[in-house]
Design a binder for this molecule. Structure first.
Ligand SMILES: [Zn+2]
Length: 460
C-alpha cells in the first residue's frame, strides 16, 4: 500500500509532499513526491497515540459516580457502584464493554492500548471453567483479546497480580474476589496470555503487579522472573504512590516510600512503567529518570479522583520519559489528557507554555511526540513515531477543521491539542489497516447498541 500525504509529522518535525510505502503493516519507505499508485490522504498525518493505562470494564460506570453531598466521601459511592456492576458482569459483557471502549479510543486517536487487566474470575470468584485454548484462568483475558481484534486496536495485555487488600498481606475483601490469584495461578495465566497473543495480530503481553499494597515481595519477584523468561523485554506496569495514604501506609509497613522501596528492592529498567507516581520526592524522581522508568500519567482520572499532581515539569526537564493513559475512562481523549497535563502545571507555577524545551518550542507538538514515543516504550511496541521500520499506526487530521485554526507547521499541533473544539481526527490506520474512515468505525453502530443494552441491564 502507498499513501500520499501533503504534510506528515516525522521524528524531526513536519515535512511536505511524501509517499509512505507500507508492507505488512510496516512503513518500508518514505519518499518525496507523489507516486502514481499512491492513495491520497485528505489532511495532515500524525503518529497514533498509545494509551498506557486502561481498565476496560470501568468504562461501564463512567459518569455514575459524580454525585456528592456534604460530608459524604464520594470514593465510597464509586466503590459501591463498581461492586454493583461486578456482581453482574460476565465475560461476554466484558467483551461488549471493551469493544465499545476500544472503538471510542480509535476514533479519538489511540492506536494501541495497554490493558491493566484485573477482572479475572467468574461472578462467584471461582476461575472460569476450562475452554478450548486455555485452562479457564484466561477467559476474561481472551474476551479482551477478542475485543481488541474486532475493534482493530493494538493491544498490550497486562494481566494483574492481585493478592491482598492492603500492606502486610491483609486478606482480600469479598468485593475483590474476582481479582485474586496465587502467584502460581498468575504465572499460568501469563503463560496462557502469551500463547493467546500469538494468534492475535499486533498484540503482546507483559504483567502488572497491582500495587505494593496488593502483592508481597517474593510473589512480585516470582512474577517478574516468570514473564521475563517468556520475553526479556516484557513491559511491567504497577500502580504506585497514587494517594498520600498509600505513601503513609508504605512508610509504616516497609519504612520507605513506595517508589523508593521498589527502586531499592526490585531491578527495574526502561520497560517498567510506574502508573500514578503522583506523590514522589526529588530523590525518587531523579532515580526514576536515571533508571529510565516511564512515568505513566493519567491526568483526567487523577483529577477526577482527586489524587494529586505528578511533578511533570521537573521530570521532563531532566529528560524523563512520560506516557499517558485514560485509566477509568472518565475521558477517552488524548487531547484532553495532554491539555490537563500542561494546564495543571501552568496553574501551579503561574507560568505558560511549560512542557516544551529549546529543541521543541511547541507544547502541543512536544507533548504529542513524547507521549506517543513513551507510550510505545511502555508497551514495548514498534510504534509511536512515523519512520521507516515502524508500524503504520497513523492518524489523518481533518483538513477542513485544521484550516479554521492556526495551522502552519509551527502551530498545527498546538491548535490540535489546545484550541480544537471537536474531534479533528478523520481517519485512523493501525498496523497498515484503516480502522476509522471519515470518522466512523464499521462496527460502531452495532457496538453502541450492544453497549447501551448492557448499560441498561447493569444499572438497574
Ligand atoms: Zn489504574
Amino acid at each position: 500500500m502507498k499513501l500520499y500525504a501533503e504534510r506528515i509529522l516525522l521524528a524531526d518535525g513536519w515535512t511536505a509532499d511524501k509517499t509512505i510505502i507500507i508492507e505488512q503493516g510496516i512503513i518500508t519507505d518514505i519518499v518525496s513526491g507523489k507516486q502514481d499508485d499512491a492513495q491520497m490522504v485528505n489532511g495532515p498525518v500524525i503518529p497514533g497515540m498509545v494509551n498506557c493505562h486502561s481498565h476496560a470494564f470501568q468504562r461501564a460506570f463512567a459518569g455514575f459516580s459524580e454525585q456528592g453531598s456534604e460530608g459524604q466521601d464520594s470514593f465510597w459511592t464509586w466503590r459501591k457502584i463498581m461492586y454493583q456492576f461486578l456482581a453482574q458482569l460476565t465475560d461476554k459483557d466484558a467483551k461488549v464493554i471493551a469493544k465499545q471502549l476500544y472503538i471510542e479510543m480509535l476514533k479519538m486517536g489511540y492506536t494501541r492500548v495497554a490493558e491493566f487487566h484485573y477482572l479475572h474470575h467468574d461472578i462467584d470468584g471461582s476461575p472460569y471453567s476450562e475452554v478450548e485454548n486455555t485452562n479457564g484462568l484466561a477467559s476474561m483475558a481472551q474476551a479482551i483479546f477478542d475485543a481488541a481484534k474486532e475493534s482493530g486496536i493494538g493491544l498490550t495485555m497486562l494481566p494483574v497480580l492481585y493478592q491482598y487488600s492492603g500492606f502486610g498481606e491483609q486478606a482480600p475483601t469479598v468485593g475483590q474476589k474476582r481479582f485474586i490469584n496465587t502467584v502460581s495461578q498468575f504465572n499460568d495465566l501469563v503463560t496462557d496470555c502469551h500463547k493467546l497473543s500469538k494468534s492475535y495480530r499486533n498484540t503482546n503481553v507483559g504483567i502488572a503487579p497491582h500495587s505494593l499494597r496488593a502483592v508481597d515481595k517474593s510473589s512480585l519477584q516470582a512474577a517478574v522472573k516468570h514473564v521475563r523468561n517468556l520475553d526479556k523485554n516484557a513491559p511491567i506496569h504497577i500502580h504506585i504512590s497514587e494517594q498520600q495514604k498509600e505513601v503513609d501506609d508504605c512508610l509504616a509497613y516497609y519504612g520507605k516510600r513506595p517508589v523508593q522501596w521498589l527502586l531499592d528492592n526490585i531491578e527495574v529498567d526502561e520497560h517498567w512503567c510506574f502508573i500514578h507516581a503522583t506523590h514522589i520526592d526529588d530523590n525518587e524522581r531523579e532515580e526514576m529518570v536515571a533508571k529510565k522508568v516511564i512515568a505513566g500519567i493519567c491526568p483526567t482520572t487523577e483529577a477526577n479522583l482527586g489524587d494529586g499532581i505528578f511533578p511533570t515539569t521537573e521530570f521532563m526537564a531532566q529528560n524523563g520519559t512520560i506516557a499517558i493513559g485514560s485509566d477509568s475512562h472518565i475521558s477517552v481523549n488524548p487531547v484532553e489528557e495532554l491539555r490537563w497535563l500542561e494546564y495543571v502545571q501552568r496553574l501551579i507555577k503561574q507560568q505558560r507554555a511549560i512542557l516544551a524545551n529549546n529543541q521543541q518550542v511547541s507544547v502541543g507538538l512536544n507533548l504529542w511526540q513524547q507521549a506517543a514515543q513513551g507510550g510505545a516504550q511502555s508497551t514495548n511496541a514498534n510504534t509511536g513515531i512515523l519512520a521507516v521500520g515502524k508500524q503504520a499506526d497513523l492518524l489523518v487530521l481533518s483538513a477542513e477543521q485544521s484550516h479554521v485554526f492556526a495551522h502552519s507547521d509551527q502551530h498545527l499541533m498546538d491548535s490540535f491539542v489546545f484550541a480544537s473544539q471537536q474531534n479533528s481526527i478523520k481517519d485512523v490506520m493501525v498496523n497498515g489497516d484503516w480502522v476509522i474512515q471519515s470518522s466512523r468505525h464499521k462496527e460502531q453502530q452495532e457496538s453502541e447498541q450492544h453497549f447501551a443494552k448492557l448499560l441498561k441491564r447493569l444499572s438497574k
